[in-house]
Design a protein around this ligand. Structure first.
Ligand SMILES: Nc1nc2c(ncn2[C@@H]2O[C@H](COP(=O)(O)OP(=O)(O)OP(=O)(O)O)[C@@H](O)[C@H]2O)c(=O)[nH]1
Ligand SMILES: [Mg+2]
Length: 365
């Protein structure tokens, strides 16, 4: 399952710096605005301490974490909807993502001028949101026109659709985002096929100076105030420091660096976990002598669907799943002990997999 998080924001706010700490590939960063002229695609590993715990109880050749795709989208600018900056083309890259990480410049640095002349993350949110809203408005209006043709012949669904789209249009026209609307099931279905940008879940990353990495600063406070009551998460992170941490060779060096800075874990780990949750994902495990692996599925998937994440044959030929709970396994120490304590459950096709389940799929094709 390949789910994608897009990193968005104005030019020069630290998107690529952040991308480089998160992903397995490295892209170019610089002081010049609009350095990135194409989107960078990378894979991120989702840190999960449970994997290390599992390894204590099962000797294995390798440990494989869950992954999410991440795409670093070049800086947008005011007027992007008309092709300003590197413009329009990148709005299309945003359309392909499942969730957004919006990076905000919340640090002062006289040597790095802000493209709008001053540091003001709230203005930046509004600038970028506006670009996305304009695009969404175009999509909504197009669909209204399409439905109006159908409605002429008396189609009731079309009339209802136009009504729903009217509400969405009003929200966008008053500079609102569609994610903040309380849409019901049928209204959601009407906008499903136009892939709106402002309906995607978003997380704001306040990129702060090193000294503000834990408590934030006055810019972060303004962002918090502005986002009150809106559907959005906020995360504080010092991207440049994170980049320094990511560059250290050994885990030991990294831990020493974090201890010196008084930070419990890299901000990037927090960010990746939040992104994972924002995408409504969870992990189940397979545990064996060849590998211990975390697999990514959507919350609410059944055992056969989860089996399909491993291989389509396992879904097709699914017979049953043997399930241990992570906590039981690490408390009791082995599959054998789980069995003896009645903690190895046999589950059928309707079983809904839970986060941290250890699965063994029985199948026949
Ligand atoms: N002082 C300071 N500088 C930073 C921080 N994060 C990034 N920078 C610097 O800001 C500049 C731009 O960073 P990038 O990561 O390339 O910014 P970007 O958002 O990808 O920019 P575009 O691709 O042009 O949109 C680089 O010189 C970074 O070193 C930070 O937290 N503090
Ligand atoms: Mg960049």
């Amino acid at each position: 399952m390949s789910l994608q998080c897009g990193i968005i924001g104005l030019a020069n706010v630290g998107k690529t710096t952040l991308f480089n700490c998160m992903s397995n590939v490295k892209a170019e960063t610089s002081n010049f605005a609009f350095t990135s002229s194409k989107s960078n695609l990378g894979i991120i590993h989702v840190p999960d301490p449970r994997l290390n715990e599992l390894e204590k109880f099962q000797v294995t050749d390798r440990v494989v974490p869950a992954t999410v795709e991440i795409v670093d989208i070049p800086g947008l600018a005011k007027g992007a909807n008309q092709g300003e900056g590197v413009g329009n083309k990148f709005l299309a890259d945003i359309r392909n993502t499942d969730a957004l990480i919006h990076v905000l410049r919340c640090f002062d640095d006289p040597s790095l001028p802000h493209i709008e002349g001053s540091v003001d993350p709230v203005r930046d949110i509004e600038t970028l949101d506006f670009e996305l809203q304009v695009k969404d408005l175009e999509s909504v209006e197009k669909k209204i026109q399409r439905l109006e043709k159908v409605a002429k012949s008396g189609d009731k669904d079309a009339k209802k659709g136009i009504e729903s789209l009217g509400k969405v249009k009003a929200q966008l026209e008053s500079f609102g985002n569609v994610r903040d609307m309380n849409l019901d099931e049928s209204e959601r279905r009407v906008i499903e096929d136009i892939f709106l940008l402002t309906v995607k879940p978003v997380m704001f990353v306040c990129n702060v100076d090193d000294a503000s990495a834990i408590k934030g600063n006055q810019y972060v406070e303004k962002v918090r105030e502005f986002l009150k009551g809106k559907q959005a998460e906020i995360l504080i992170l010092a991207a440049r420091m994170e980049a320094e941490i990511a560059e250290l060779e050994t885990e030991e060096d990294r831990l020493a660096f974090l201890a010196d800075a008084g930070i419990p874990e890299p901000g990037v780990s927090r960010l990746v976990r939040s992104a994972y949750a924002m995408l409504n994902l969870m992990s189940f495990f397979t545990v064996g002598p060849m590998e211990i692996k975390a697999w990514t599925i959507h919350k609410g998937m059944t055992a056969p669907q989860a089996a399909g994440a491993i291989h389509s044959d396992l879904e097709r030929g699914f017979i049953r799943a043997e399930v241990m709970k992570y906590n039981d396994f690490v408390t009791l120490g082995s599959e054998h002990a789980c069995k003896e304590h009645g903690k190895l459950h046999i589950e059928g096709k309707t079983y809904m997999v839970e986060d941290g389940d250890i699965l063994h799929i029985r199948f026949n094709v």
